[in-house]
Design a binder for this molecule. Structure first.
Ligand code: ZN
Length: 310
């Protein structure tokens, strides 16, 4: 039976219900070269994020994937503290963020050497703890992949094939997605262990279909950020379902979070965005366009469990 590798250990995926595959509890968008990078009092993080976790726990969410890798503030201690305050199973990644956010000691490593570090995160534990990463997160700059990002993709492919963990890549637009899928396939990666994160940034639904045909997971993960984008993501979701690729769709908010460097951790701009729009507005919109109970179960329970199960 596949398991989710969570902050509190392994959880068989067949015990899970509603799951959010791309969210955030804690980030440091200043990057790894900023003073006091990634630092915060776990209690202060919990004070900010817990009401939002309580809301989705009450609404039936059972699992939550935090998508901040090394480079944008991955903080195992803070998230473990938060995980102990909720029944929701929380998953954290290994991997690294895009060029400009890669720690200097990783810049000159081979793909194989970097993969060894990530495999250790996935099989032994992260940052000196026994807490295992649950997937591999990488990222591309908007006109990527750059050459070091291609190295990261090859490292991700090695680590995925060694462990079974899925790769998720922050990818803006279909051209970049095509190029990275080529790199991953050349590295022997079966794209059914690859998630195109932020696929809604590509408006050409033909490219969503192309990625799905190649086997990839297609993730629409800006739900609740903007009503007009929500209505497009409803179209994108139904388009893939009608073409027979409903089993490769992931839906999430990419919301949150405690932000290092902001007063009390509240994100600058519009503040903390919660994690309920999928249930409250997006699913009703899908239903009004004909989605059935079985479809919703597939999109919110079965699919994320299959994507992240190891
Ligand atoms: Zn994200």
């Amino acid at each position: 039976m596949p398991v989710l590798q969570t902050l509190k250990g392994e959880v068989p995926t067949n015990t899970l219900g509603f799951m959010l595959p791309h969210e955030h509890l804690f980030v440091d968008l200043r990057g790894p070269f900023a003073p006091n990078y990634g630092e915060a009092e776990p209690q202060a993080v919990a004070r900010l994020v817990k009401p939002y976790l309580d809301a989705i726990q009450a609404a039936g969410v059972t699992a939550f994937v935090d998508c901040a890798p090394v480079g944008v503030g991955r903080n195992v201690e803070a998230l473990k503290y938060v995980a102990d305050l909720t029944t929701i199973h929380i998953v954290m990644p290994t991997g690294v963020y895009k060029e400009g956010f890669i720690p200097s000691e990783w810049l000159n490593l081979s793909a194989e050497a970097l993969a060894d570090l990530w495999i250790r995160d996935l099989t032994e534990g992260m940052d000196g703890t026994a807490i295992k990463a649950g997937f591999i997160k990488v990222a591309l700059v908007d006109n990527g992949p750059t050459s070091i990002e291609a190295r990261n993709l090859r490292a991700a492919a090695i680590a995925s094939q060694a462990t079974g963990a899925v790769i998720g890549s922050h990818t803006i637009g279909g051209r970049a997605a095509r190029e990275e899928m080529d790199i991953l396939e050349a590295a022997g990666q079966n794209l059914n262990r690859f998630i195109w994160i932020h696929a809604h940034t590509e408006a050409d639904m033909g490219i969503h279909l192309e990625a799905a045909r190649r086997g990839a997971w297609v993730e629409f993960d800006a739900i609740g950020a903007d009503p007009s984008l929500d209505s497009k993501m409803v179209d994108y979701t139904l388009n893939l379902m009608q073409a027979g690729y409903g089993q490769q769709i992931l839906l999430s908010h990419d919301a949150g979070w405690y932000e290092v460097g902001s007063p009390n951790g509240v994100p600058k701009g519009n503040g903390y965005r919660g994690y309920t729009a999928l249930m409250e507005t997006f699913i009703p919109a899908l239903r009004s366009r004909g989605a059935t109970d079985a479809d919703i179960h597939m999109l919110t329970v079965t699919n994320p469990a299959r994507a992240f199960g190891i």
